[in-house]
Ligand binder design. Structure first.
Ligand code: 6OG
Length: 171
């Protein structure tokens, strides 16, 4: 029997932004999804770990910093027009509390950027929409639809209260 329900699959991912004064740490992705773009650090949540544990592990693996006291500030769904129903659910954390020096890994080349010199033209095309909100200290949820050239076709962003950020349900 036909029905109108589309199959949706969700991959749960993390993205962590590390700040120190008026600087932000970004990594140049050296391989795989997003290669050649500056981004925060993160990746897929593995079985048996919480989303926050995954966020801490990914930062350590990708740039060698041990982050503490992560704070969630956003959650975004990303979907590509040529892959309908495959949603990347990205949980976004920030931290200004870390140990160690950032160092290059197989996946990422980290670099500190002044807030005024964030390389938006070499980042995912959604970042220019939400990163300024993050820099203003806002929390948000939203979704982005991309075309085949990774350009934003449609998006929705909603600011939310700090208290609601751990209760986000975009389904
Ligand atoms: P791996 O596949 O390397 O994790 N990510 C995105 N980040 C931004 N800013 N925009 C997007 O728009 C993104 N899609 C995925 C989540 C991929 C990493 O890239 C982030 C993860 O931190 C489409 O394991």
């Amino acid at each position: 029997m036909d029905n109108n329900f589309e199959e949706v699959s969700r991959k749960i991912l993390t993205l962590c932004l590390i700040q120190k004064g008026n600087q932000i740490l970004l990594g140049m992705k050296k391989r795989g999804f997003g290669e050649g773009k500056w981004n925060g650090f993160g990746g897929k949540v593995q079985e048996g770990e919480t989303i926050e544990e995954a966020a801490e592990r990914e930062v350590l693996e990708e740039c060698g910093l041990k982050v503490k006291n992560l704070e969630k500030f956003g959650q975004l769904d990303f979907e590509f027009r040529d892959k309908p129903g495959e949603i990347l659910e990205v949980h976004m954390y920030k931290s200004g509390d870390f140990e160690g020096e950032s160092k290059e890994s197989d996946e990422m080349l980290p670099q500190w950027f002044k807030i005024s010199q964030i390389p938006y033209d070499k980042m995912w095309s959604d970042d220019v929409y939400w990163l300024p909100l993050f820099l203003e200290g806002k929390n948000f949820t939203g979704c982005f639809l991309f075309d085949e050239n990774n350009r934003v076709l449609q998006h929705k962003l909603t600011g939310i209260d700090m208290l609601d950020i751990n209760e986000v349900d975009l389904l």
